[in-house]
Design a binder for this molecule. Structure first.
Ligand SMILES: CC(C)(COP(=O)(O)OP(=O)(O)OC[C@H]1O[C@@H](n2cnc3c(N)ncnc32)[C@H](O)[C@@H]1OP(=O)(O)O)[C@@H](O)C(=O)NCCC(=O)NCCS
Length: 169
């Protein structure tokens, strides 16, 4: 039987979640390249806070967070493929918004592949962020052929907006 979203817990991220997170990203190569999977995520998650979605002992989603330029930034976000579209990404985002409020920060931000790049997987990613109120505050061209345009996106976080169901509260 497949896990139901209401049985999935959102918990603070710690180092014991590393292998579970790597199992999630291993199965999402359209979004996480080899450098991300083998180097960036293992290093970053030791230095960033965040949350995991767990089903029993299994990590099925995660978000990492860091503060820069007065924004709470999403470093990495992913949900195991077979759990997509069950509201887990939304719950991780809600946890991130609550974290921002706890820190007295009113803006949640991240960057992703720009919409000038024709690559369908990131259409879904941008749709997810757009649906949750993120809008572009900066565009930049890069010399990385895999990511020639980045968009920097953010949303204002207010107490009354964080009304998602969250097992942390
Ligand atoms: C983006 C992501 C974290 C969203 O998590 P999720 O648990 O699937 O999201 P939710 O169920 O809370 O929200 C679903 C929304 O996300 C978007 N979405 C996510 N997966 C989608 C899919 N396979 N097809 C279409 N839309 C999708 C849609 O906007 C959808 O809204 P809808 O169901 O009303 O159409 C997840 O799809 C994922 O891990 N994607 C790959 C990694 C990634 O993009 N990470 C972020 C940038 S590094």
């Amino acid at each position: 039987m497949q896990d139901q979203p209401h049985l999935i817990q959102i918990q603070p991220l710690d180092e014991t979640h590393l292998y579970g997170i790597l199992a999630v990203v291993e199965d999402l190569p359209e979004w996480f390249d080899e450098t991300a999977r083998t180097k960036s995520i293992p290093i970053d998650m030791r230095h960033q806070e965040g949350f995991v979605a767990v089903s029993g002992q299994r990590v099925v989603g995660f978000v990492t967070l860091y503060v820069a330029e007065s924004r709470l930034n999403i470093g990495w976000l992913g949900v195991a493929r077979e759990f997509h579209r069950q509201g887990i990404g939304t719950r991780l985002l809600a946890a991130a918004e609550m974290k921002a409020l706890d820190l007295g920060i009113d803006e949640l931000a991240t960057y992703t592949l720009g919409d000038s790049v024709d690559y369908e997987p990131y259409d879904l990613t941008r749709n997810f962020y757009r649906k949750h109120g993120f809008s572009v505050y900066k565009r930049s061209r890069t010399d990385n052929s895999g990511c020639p345009e980045e968009i920097w996106i953010s949303k204002r976080v207010k107490e009354e907006q964080t009304t998602f169901e969250c097992t942390l509260c």
